[in-house]
Design a protein around this ligand. Structure first.
Ligand code: UT7
Length: 332
């Protein structure tokens, strides 16, 4: 059976750093509250005019260079994002043009914080049906939809992009082994952006009502995220006959350190098996998982053949996990 292997990973965050102390000057909050309730100390914020496709291109060009891949050899580009440059055309199309991937097709998908998992599954299916080189991007410019007068949300998010290259491997031990992916749309009211779509097109009234910003009922999302991320992480291991001890690194979505702690504890991981970088980046939505993978690869916290477990939970609700064996394996 042909499997999709991750044969390269890169990421990009904008230069500008916004600390908790910077936020103290904007809203009624403080560093102690933010660190103790979320684990976040700072986040990166896009420069004026820097959009999701710009951040993605930074990550993708590095990916092409590091993997020795020619842009014209890319078959498809899939972009997970809730903050595309525009509603249309897709961010994938903009990236395709900017990097000169003349042969590639592609599309965006909206899975919020689980978006990278959904895109990875889509990319993996393309590889299994004949595509040879697929780029999967997770990117979000959350600062473009944050209300910096709302302390409930503006302290949580940051901007960033991550990209992986997927290629076929016939080595049955390598690549994406399994996925468990879910949607429960009854959660739509708890986390959303109300205006700017077909339900409420932009008007002066929607702008005045601050409906082009992210809304979140934090407590409801917190409860579901803690429960479902823990469950799905345990379930995918059991389904595939593994235990937490078999996993090299657990890369959970970085929304709140307390959610990660619950999920890691319930699934049975030791601290050293868990990627935690929320302190530096905050919640970058679709970018947290590739940012995490890039970090553990660069820091040599994983080696060829290690099991990697991704898990995420986000707006929709959406959630899920993907289990893979890291490294190229034998190319098909
Ligand atoms: O990635 C997508 C999925 N999203 C998530 O997974 C996020 C899930 N939710 C969370 O991470 C947490 O619910 C938050 C971090 C958003 C909030 O933490 P919490 O422990 O659930 O706090 P809370 O909303 O219950 O608020 C507790 C108190 C409230 O004051 P009162 O009503 O007790 O007087 C808030 O008004 O903290 C207050 N508060 C703040 N205080 C200082 C809320 N935001 C802030 C703030 N600074 N930034």
């Amino acid at each position: 059976m042909i499997r999709a292997a991750i044969t390269g990973v890169t990421s990009y965050v904008p230069k500008k750093v916004m600390t908790n102390f910077d936020l103290e000057k904007l809203v009624d909050t403080n560093d102690e509250w933010i660190v103790s309730r979320t684990g976040i100390r700072e986040r990166h914020i896009a420069a004026e005019g820097e959009a999701s496709s710009d951040m993605s291109v930074q990550a993708v060009e590095k990916l092409l260079k590091e993997t020795g891949t020619k842009a014209e050899d890319i078959d498809a580009i899939i972009v997970a994002t809730v903050t595309p440059d525009m509603l249309f055309p897709s961010t994938a199309a903009l990236i395709q043009n900017k990097i000169g991937a003349t042969k590639a097709w592609g599309y965006d998908l909206s899975g919020a914080c689980s978006g990278f998992l959904f895109a990875l599954k889509s990319g993996s299916s393309l590889v299994q049906t004949g595509h040879k080189k697929v780029i999967v991007v997770g990117v979000d410019t959350m600062s473009s939809i944050l209300d910096y007068t709302d302390r409930n949300t503006c302290i949580l998010f940051g901007d960033g992009a991550g990209a992986v290259l997927l290629e076929p491997t016939e080595d049955e031990n390598y690549g994406i082994i399994d996925e468990l992916l879910f949607v429960d749309g009854s959660g739509a009211d708890a986390l959303n952006m109300k205006a700017g779509g077909s339900r409420k097109p932009a008007t002066h009234e929607t702008v005045d009502a601050r409906e082009h910003f992210i809304y979140q009922d934090g407590r409801s999302v917190f409860k579901r995220a803690s429960m479902d991320m823990a469950q799905v992480s345990a379930d995918i291991l059991e389904k595939n006959g593994f235990t937490a001890e078999d996993v090299g690194i657990f890369i959970p979505h970085q929304a709140n350190k307390r959610i990660i702690d619950v999920a890691a504890r319930k699934a049975g991981f030791k601290d050293e098996q868990v990627l935690l970088n929320i302190d530096k980046y905050g919640n970058t939505t679709a970018a947290t998982l590739p940012l995490g993978l890039d970090e553990v690869v660069r820091e040599k916290r994983i080696k060829d053949g290690d099991l990697v477990l991704f898990a995420a939970f986000g707006a929709g609700y959406t959630w899920g996990s993907i289990l893979l064996r890291y490294g190229p394996g034998k190319k098909g």
